[in-house]
Design a protein around this ligand. Structure first.
Ligand SMILES: Nc1ncnc2c1ncn2[C@@H]1O[C@H](COP(=O)(O)OP(=O)(O)O)[C@@H](O)[C@H]1O
Ligand SMILES: [Mg+2]
Length: 353
């Protein structure tokens, strides 16, 4: 049995169902992320595990123990929130020690445990400071130390980086990942940021409207999405409109799938060739004309109007080459294996034909 399990978790707020029967299992030491758009139920699930609001039905077990029968303060779960929740009039040390207050830990042990927690988040040198003078990133590290000082059985983090600017967010997410691996505490992390989820997680659970779309490693989620929702939410996607152009492309690649309702391909899986270029085994050539060209430094996005619709081709390392000009004739090369088909309900279909 997994370390933490939620089985058939349902949460209703009067008539509104926020969780429609979700099941997850998290292993010891695992970094497990709930990813999904705002309002999909991530916080509701996290709060149910922490015990702040009970499920309407379903079970939650931690290390074999039924959590739903245990009050929140006895669950031994550490929690980090989006707003830092630090006390401005208390020193960094006292802020972290606050987590131990209800536990009646002897003063000597408080000292060692707070020192350990501060060292883990690299704040030892600032123990006597007041948080007011500290950056958002440092304040969030206080929050992390306070959650860890109780030696929790589980660490829950609800969008801990969303109040930080982009650069700090990347720095701190790397740090959180390193700290988590070092302290080896199973962690459930909530974010709506797909890149953050890919960067930080052992596994990701993608949620939408109170249900689970897919659970897998970052590679499985990005590289092998099982639903159209996951493919769209994590990464970007070209959706090819139905029509003669699409049919010609599919038959050129030997694909015939009547049950497929959506054909898609990721921009980085397309390549740009010269006008008149021919395809090859398992590669189709789509003649087209350049539309918009967007240079982003480490990559460029090139819109191409083809017979199979408007597609974006992502070019890695565009270097110092001049921009491609609108109207220029080109060929878009489509690899068979790059195409992803989904049925009318958005469920991924294997390629056949
Ligand atoms: N206390 C509550 N009462 C009524 N509806 C709520 C309550 N808490 C959350 N919800 C609703 O449940 C849904 C999921 O909310 P939440 O779990 O906070 O989403 P997320 O964290 O993914 O943004 C939202 O539609 C939200 O409005
Ligand atoms: Mg939330």
């Amino acid at each position: 049995m997994a370390y933490l399990t939620v089985a058939d978790g349902v949460k209703e707020f009067s008539t509104f169902q926020a969780l429609g029967g979700v099941s997850i299992s998290v292993e010891r030491g695992e970094f497990f992320t709930l990813l999904g758009p705002s309002g999909c139920g991530k916080t509701t699930l996290l709060r149910a595990i922490a015990g702040f609001n009970d499920l309407t039905s379903g079970s939650i077990t931690l290390d074999g123990q039924n959590l739903r029968s245990i009050p929140p303060h006895k669950r031994d779960i550490g929690m980090v929130f989006q707003d830092y929740a630090v006390f401005p009039h208390l020193s960094v040390f006292d802020n972290v020690a606050f987590g131990l207050k209800p536990r009646k830990v002897p003063a000597g042990e408080v000292k060692t445990r707070v020192a350990e927690a501060l060292s883990a988040v690299h704040l030892s040198a600032l123990a006597e400071r007041l948080p007011a003078a500290m950056s958002g990133g440092q304040q969030q590290r206080i929050g992390l130390a306070r959650a860890m000082v109780i030696n929790p059985r589980l660490l829950l983090m609800d969008e801990p980086l969303s109040n930080l600017d982009a650069k700090l967010r990347i720095e701190l997410r790397e740090e959180i990942r390193d700290i988590q691996k070092r302290v080896d505490i199973a962690t459930i992390y909530v974010t709506h940021d797909q890149e953050e989820a890919l960067a930080i997680s052992d596994r990701i659970c993608v949620m939408s409207a109170g249900h689970i779309e897919q659970i897998g490693t970052p590679q499985q989620i990005y590289g092998n999405p099982q639903t159209l929702f996951v493919a769209n939410f994590v990464g970007t996607l070209n959706t090819l409109p139905e029509g003669a152009g699409l049919n010609a492309l599919l038959s050129g690649l030997g694909l015939s799938q009547p049950s497929a309702a959506h054909w898609t391909v990721r921009p980085e899986r397309l390549a740009l060739g010269v006008a008149g270029e021919k395809g090859g085994a398992g590669i189709a050539a789509l003649p087209g004309r350049i539309g918009k060209y967007t240079y982003l430094g480490r990559e460029a996005h090139v819109q191409v109007e083809t017979d199979a619709g408007l597609v974006v081709v992502q070019i890695a390392n565009p270097g110092t080459e001049a921009a491609r000009q609108p109207g220029e004739a080109v060929t878009v090369l489509v690899e068979r294996a790059a195409l992803m088909a989904f049925d009318a309900d958005g469920k991924r279909l294997p390629l056949e034909g």
